[in-house]
Design a protein around this ligand. Structure first.
Ligand SMILES: Nc1ncnc2c1ncn2[C@@H]1O[C@H](COP(=O)(O)OP(=O)(O)OP(=O)(O)O)[C@@H](O)[C@H]1O
Ligand SMILES: [Mg+2]
Length: 263
């Protein structure tokens, strides 16, 4: 059974057609990456999938129910890892339980032992258990984004949505974070749907890809099918060559996987 069904979704903002009759299904546990140029509709799709906005036409079903409002089993990770700088990594992770334990208990840290354990376990998944007490603002961008992933995991989601989770990171940190996202989703069997604009990173971590161009689905397939022609179709006329060029910036990282040799 499909965990996510996107059925004929159209979303318009006045004259702008952000999504045009988009349909696809995602089985449980799949790791899907959405590709598309700026303005192609990636964020709009993710926002409709997590219930932050409703489709103009069509519907999205997650589990057995149409998504018409945010639900705790659907977690969303944003580009601006909106975590609280003055709080420790642990407290930030713990605040992911807010949907379940209530806002006040979250602020006062009155969560159950079980939730506290879950927060530590989530920090371990993203390789930050040793940094649990560190204030978020003293962490690197990549580490902060990993705290954001931990917080989403504490929510105990079944579906993990991520809108350009690595867009603001240098290439090395971006790969690190994607690696942790992939591990987290594999360890916990989460269905994951993530938008990215770096094709090289997408190819490395993605299993299946959905391509959007001007709000229309122009590609849906697995890694072998994501050929240069397919990428041209997703990105239109723009220069795609550079997208295959890997990280050449300074990307020294501690922990995480090593970068592949590049041509
Ligand atoms: N709240 C809104 N009001 C009006 N237009 C919007 C709104 N949200 C998105 N749009 C428009 O819908 C289209 C798709 O936008 P969307 O943000 O989904 O693209 P995107 O693929 O996420 O782009 P980016 O890569 O820049 O984040 C764009 O033309 C955008 O201007
Ligand atoms: Mg966007």
């Amino acid at each position: 059974m499909s965990q996510i069904v996107v059925d004929g979704v159209t979303k318009t903002f006045g004259e702008t057609v952000a999504l045009n009759d988009v349909s696809f299904e995602v089985p449980e546990g799949e790791f899907v990456i959405i590709l598309g140029v700026s303005g192609s509709g990636k964020s709009t799709l993710l926002r409709t999938m997590c219930g932050l906005t409703s489709p103009t036409e069509g519907e999205i079903i997650i589990g057995d129910e149409p998504v018409d409002e945010p639900r705790p089993e659907i977690a969303m990770i944003f580009q601006q890892h909106n975590i609280i700088g003055d709080m420790s990594a642990y407290s930030n992770a713990l605040s992911g339980g807010v949907h379940r334990s209530g806002f006040l208990s979250s602020v006062l840290q009155l969560q159950s032992k079980d939730e506290k354990y879950r927060a530590l376990e989530a920090l371990e998944t993203v390789g930050l258990l040793d940094e649990a007490k560190k204030k978020a603002r003293r962490m690197s961008g990549g580490q902060q984004q990993r705290v954001g992933i931990a917080r989403a995991l504490v929510q105990r989601p079944e579906v993990l949505l991520a809108d350009e989770p690595v867009a603001s990171l240098d290439p090395g940190s971006a790969q690190d974070v994607m690696g942790y996202l992939r591990t987290a989703s594999e360890e916990r069997g989460l269905t994951t749907f993530c938008s990215l604009h770096q094709v090289n990173i997408a190819r490395k971590f993605g299993h299946r890809f959905v391509g959007l161009n001007a709000g229309e689905k122009v590609f849906d397939g697995y890694r072998d099918e994501l050929t240069i022609d397919a990428i041209d179709e997703i990105y239109g006329d723009i220069e795609t060559e550079g997208m295959f060029v890997g990280a050449d910036g300074d990307s020294e990282q501690s922990g995480g996987e090593e970068e592949e040799a590049r041509t």
